[in-house]
Design a protein around this ligand. Sequence first.
Ligand code: ZN
Length: 504
Amino acid sequence: MLLCCGIAGAQQADIILHGGTVVDGSGAPSRVEDVGIRDGRIVFVGPKGKWTANRTIDAKGLIVAPGFIDPHTHTAGDLSDPARSRNDAYLMQGVTTVATGNDGAGPLDIGATFAKWTQQGIGTNAALFIGQGSVRHAAMGGDFDAKPTDAQMAQMKQMVEKAMQDGAIGISTGLYYSPGSFSTTEEVIELSKVAAAHGGIYDTHMRDESSYNIGLLASVKETIRIGREANMPVMISHIKALGADVWGQSGQVIDLINAARAEGVKVSASEYPYDASGTSVSAALVPRWAEAGGRGALQKNLTDPAVHAKLVAEMEDNLRRRGGAETLLMTSARDKSIVEKNLAQIAKERNQSAIDTAIEIVLHGDSDVASFNMKESDIVAFMQQPWVMTCSDGSDGHPRKYGTFPKKFHEYVVEKHVQTIEQMVRSSTSLTAETLQLKDRGLLKVGYYADVVAFDPKTFRDLSTYEQPKNLATGVKYLTVNGTLAIDEGQLTSAKAGMTLKHQ
Ligand SMILES: [Zn+2]
């Protein structure tokens, strides 16, 4: 390859990041180096020697790393809306690539979605899963608790086949949620094999992260079985031990996964660094049978005297499992008067039981909740596993969408020393690229795409809170997406330089 030049021997880059502390994503020790970018790719990592650049950035004192990759987001809506498609919440955290379509949900037409994003422009790179729940809903409509007929199964397979041909990176499930919850393991395996035939991966919000139905450990076993029998890598989304009944089970979960990995099943997981999950009142408290048949059936079951006693008893148990009414904080609801209050406070104001209050909230359009249900010791135990990636699972009404990556850095690297910076960066870059099979991303390496973050370790912080979940993070000074500056001197540029990352 001819590398051009004005001055004899000199080589011209677009951008050089000069003198930063390079954490290259592999886990190797950090070192002070220069990084050169040209035509969207990294052209050198090392002393700049005779390289010159159109723009030389003084990166002294900054951490220079591969842009972060988030394997579990809910950004499909954002990326499809030109007003939000720059994906500011993620860029400001140093994230250059997101995957979405997780939890079994997300767009059904992968090809059309990618085409729209390419046409309108997106701020980060984006990859897509085909959601098993979306597929099942499309094929079976409201027959949530039915077993698919042969024709319906064939139709679902056809949809997954089409999605994989259109570039989905794999299939996602949300077996905790309706309609995925009504799928048997065998049904999931059969459908996942279609994605496996294309080299896709399986990503799951497991059937139970707590003690709702089969339990946490049985859910991990189910996931491993799916990996083994569909013969594909499996990724457990936002791994956690949810609720008092399963606190402390992280060790057993880790043992199960390590044993499966030793046996040759490719199992990985993602995790967000928060002790509250984000869900809705109905998802947290209402039993799934009450949702079978969709929204209309839910309304009926919530008000039907014939099932009221059974409903209340099960909701009470679910509330106990979650940690009680104080632990459910309303974060965004149609009824604005309840936002920022917990269920116990609202019940007290209304002078009624927590369960009656929860039923009222669901009947009036439901509410997002932050559900404080995780133990720090479990969070840390999972984080320390070499197969656990960083994910945001970003959703409205939870600070993780705007804060995950800087929070993990500030809290778990700087303050608590749970991870080294090299481990934190690896778990947020190369490990994720490898798991999602994203080619030439996740490392600062010659020939790789120039997704590069330079952040100030002293100021890289999450500012989003449960009260103010949409505060942008601070501390990223420079960010390139495919070699184009998306953040320059701490400010977002107008660039939408993201690519759609189609599975090949
Ligand atoms: Zn999920």
